[in-house]
Design a protein around this ligand. Structure first.
Ligand SMILES: *Cc1c(COP(=O)(O)O)cnc(C)c1O
Length: 350
């Protein structure tokens, strides 16, 4: 029996159509701007995000790393971001190691903070004892916040506050296109307001490798230096860029199906005794719910062919994607009551 893989939307495998597009890609040396497929993808992303230029990179993590480095002067410049944002929880300390950044984590329900919180976090530029506030970093959608969508007005007011105080702005758009499909707001309406913004091709878009960082021509020229320095410059990478183009052509509108499946999952979970979830909070493809003992539930589900990761001692995180259909979600829901009952017994036996 095949495992229902709800661990992450990174788990998708390239489809036959995507593989054909990759095999047929025209390629050249990307470092000399001679790979037509990479060039086409970069132009496509620049236009999509409403920026002058874009740069194809191996991972979203490198987009955050280079984005931060473009804005932060090593030696104590401070980045304002949510306390569970990806650079804090999942980049091996990259902001400190690669940019010498101080981080100013904010707490906010669902990962969405507001302009008043930014204002309260700002350092006094006249006080040389304090670090310098330099960058505001936003995640759309919020990953550990449960795939929540930042309303455009909230983004606008946070960015106004940042600009008013001379700060730069960065958008981690690993799942920006999920927000676009869920909210009906264009990618450029969200992304063009930021100094740098990026999208990932390996999440719901279903490509095996790649992400692209957009910004002004000047910032992207500088980003090329870090791509080279940090070992991200490739050669005939049109082979993988082709998957990104294919994904933008074929896999964006269908994200709505992932959102429907996530909603189905959340509604079902709400009816399972021993689980806590508010299905109204599920806006895109991420479903976070609470249980007494998350690692034990993870193990009990895996025994039943359902792969959902614990995201903490009591938190579970399920993510819908291309490779899980409605019947997969129904199987996960069918397995849930027994798995939850089983961890009840395990916990009682301890
Ligand atoms: C996955 C993810 C990243 C990192 O992207 P990779 O391509 O896996 O390196 C960054 N930010 C968020 C919000 C993510 O979900």
């Amino acid at each position: 029996m095949e495992v229902v893989n709800l661990r992450s939307d990174t788990q998708t495998r390239p489809t036959a159509g995507m593989r054909r597009a990759m095999a047929a890609a025209e390629v050249g040396d990307e470092q000399r701007f001679l790979d037509p497929t990479v060039n086409a993808l970069q132009e496509r992303v620049a236009e999509l995000l409403g920026h002058e230029a874009a740069l194809f990179l191996p991972t979203g993590t490198m987009c955050n790393g280079i984005g931060y480095r473009l804005h932060v002067r090593p030696g104590g410049d401070e980045v304002i971001l949510h306390e569970r944002a990806h650079p804090i929880i999942a980049e091996s300390g990259g902001p400190a190691a690669l940019s010498g950044a101080m981080l100013r984590p904010l707490q906010a329900e669902g990962g969405i903070f507001d302009a008043a919180q930014v204002e309260a976090a700002l350092r006094d530029p006249l006080d040389r004892h304090q670090p310098r506030s330099r960058l505001v970093s936003v995640e759309q959608t919020t990953n550990m916040g449960g795939g929540r969508v930042w309303p455009l007005e909230t983004i606008a007011s946070v960015l106004d506050k940042a600009r008013e105080h001379g700060l730069r702005t960065h958008l981690d758009g690993a799942r920006l296109l999920n927000a676009v499909v869920a909210a009906g707001v264009s990618a450029s309406d969200y992304a063009s307001r930021f100094d740098t913004a990026w999208i990932d091709f390996t999440k719901g878009l279903g490509a095996p490798v790649g992400a692209a960082l957009a910004g002004s021509r000047e910032l992207i020229d500088e980003a090329w230096r870090y791509k080279q320095m940090w070992g991200g410059a490739m050669r005939q990478s049109g082979i993988v860029a082709a998957a990104g183009i294919y994904a933008l052509d074929h896999n964006v509108e269908r994200l709505a199906e992932d959102h429907e499946n996530a909603r189905l999952l959340a509604d079902g979970l709400a009816g399972v005794e021993g689980l806590t979830i508010d299905p109204e909070m599920v806006e895109t493809n991420i479903v976070i719910f609470e249980v007494e003992d998350a690692p034990a539930l993870e193990a009990a589900l895996l025994e039943r062919g359902i792969d959902i990761g614990a995201a903490g001692r009591r938190l579970m995180r399920a993510v819908t994607h291309f490779d899980v259909d409605r019947s997969g979600v129904e199987r996960a829901l069918a397995a849930m009551p027994e798995a939850v009952a089983r961890i009840g017994r395990v916990t009682a036996a301890r």
